[in-house]
Write a protein that binds this ligand. Sequence first.
Ligand code: G6P
Ligand code: 1S3
Length: 682
Amino acid sequence: MADTPPRDVTNHILFEIATEVANRVGGIYSVLKSKAQVTTAEYGSSYTLLGPLNRSSAAVEVEELTPKDNAMVETIKSMNERGIKTLYGRWLIDGAPRVLLFDTSTAYGYLDEWKGDLWSTAGIPSPPGDAETNEAIVFGYLIAWFLGEYVFHEKRRAVVAQFHEWLAGVALPLCKKRRIDVTTIFTTHATLLGRYLCAGSVDFYNNLQYFDVDAEAGKRGIYHRYCIERGAAHSADVFTTVSHITAYESEHLLKRKPDGVLPNGLNVKKFSATHEFQNLHQQAKAKINDFVRGHFYGHNDFDPENTLYYFTAGRYEYRNKGVDMFIESLARLNHRMKSSGSTMTVVAFIIMPAQTQSLTVEALKGQAVIKSLHDTIKIIEQNVGKKLFERSIAWHEGQELPEDKDLISPADKIMLRRRLFAMKRHNLPPIVTHNMVNDADDPVLNQIRRCQLFNHPSDRVKVVFHPEFLNSSNPVLPMDYDDFVRGTHLGVFSSYYEPWGYTPAECTVMGVPSITTNLSGFGCYMEELIENAQDYGIYIVDRRMKGVDDSVNQLTDYMFDFTKKSKRQRINQRNRTERLSDLLDWKRMGMEYVKARQLALRRAYPNAFEDDIEPDFFGSQDIKISRPLSEPGSPRDRSGMMTPGDFASLQEGREGLSTEDYIAWKLPEEEDADDYPFPLTL
Ligand code: G6P
Ligand code: 1S3
């Protein structure tokens, strides 16, 4: 056989494969979308995302293009000729990466053949009736087909293919079996078994090494899915997860120790001055105030100035996302605030989509009565102003000043009285804003019932369950999620199973303090990086070493202490929280992706590298961010890469990429220290 020249690893091509490309389902969409900017800055047109075609979301998210790269043109042509429909285009997001979407419905004719092949080549079964798995198989075979053809046409440059999550993982064993000349990375954002086991009532973390994984998967009817996930993890050249805690879980449940951790970043947009985001908080809070006035009509006996908004949000996984613990802690907080005579009120929001029928009449009525009251008072205000003005211009020297008697006309008084009567209420303000499909069995509602958090006037903690994602066209709470988060005071995410956790990370970049746990990837990451995370508004509940009751008490303590902060302290803390946002920027986090790709290239093409010793790409570097700079004795000169691994990128010499593309993180300079005269915690 004639020697083929080695593939060019320096100038390689990158494909990222996932089911959430230009198709919002969950967390992976956030990862791909927010990361796009740094990846296109690095790769330009050498980067393409591959996903299944969802026509309705692609219609708004993707602009069709004609491919220019010859291998891409030839590969698409050949697949199209065999009946596979595709859409090639630009994803309309920051960075505008190229995407190639496969219409899986055009490949179902091959399903039975592929299922048989999957069994004979990889030993992975695929029982009938599992539509999600069928879709994963069809997509996986299309991807393997695409990659095989692509490297046939592109013989010069190396190809890195990074797969996200089991749903995109079927192609991995196929690439290996077919010896397709690509190097692969598999990144898992959770494990199937982990999610299932945690949602039940097992002591997950203490038993990780003892689970009989095949039996547990079988008991839950997910053995075939588990095989795909495990097959993907074992077939990839490089296997990674999103956090150390999920790495540990993967080692035991998928039986392969990950090569590295690729934490999730965000596309951080910085404000030039802190007052800008503080003003946004104030504006967004005013909108939440409007909602609260309507929702609690007839019971607005708490002062908005002394009211704090706490919230939790996410996918409705009651136990995994720690909603059980949150509600229990709210009940204890209520008790603590009552017994200490607190003058504060906490309104706690739970934003988690559940099955609903419609908004409740009560929720709609609440907003309507307050709007009518508002409109009526506006009319009265105008009438009063007009009358006062007329009396004033008729005033002569020597007369008494225009009197305020009868400024409100009898008709206006009647109108006002009607509005006040409409606000009379014989029931308590509702807990939930929607009619639930399964009200009696809903775990959140049942926990609220058990804890008797019924929005009684004497309660210092009020609860609002909004079982639908937020959006600005909602008639009851018309706000987009980001605006809502900005207007709150504290995010609470007491998760039991949370491989990463975007929700607290989003709070941080918006300058909103949050509570998370040391069972979440984000919590562990921040705990490792910041010496005294609480000073920065990052509170971490210990759910690892403490018993449940102690963890609940710790969460209650955090929430209670927060109610004791002065407004000034809250403002200062928000400034500190926001200053951490560079820490979560993809410009830093993306570094771990660079390392994973380098490792994959080294493993597939060792001869292309001069030194044959694989560097420890992901070895950890123990640098901590110290106390806030306003605290005595804190260093001002600390800087460094500070990602979980040290930077040893081999891409340095590559055209188009320099270390400058990825910022070295440096704690921003503290503003005038006089701005922070108070100790942070009481
Ligand atoms: C921001 C605004 C201030 C406002 C404050 C309220 O900092 O710039 O004008 O007073 O928010 O903070 P609070 O924690 O009470 O919502
Ligand atoms: C997963 O989504 P989830 O909410 O089911 O992936 C996310 C992105 O990596 C991650 O943030 C989250 O913790 C995982 O759980």
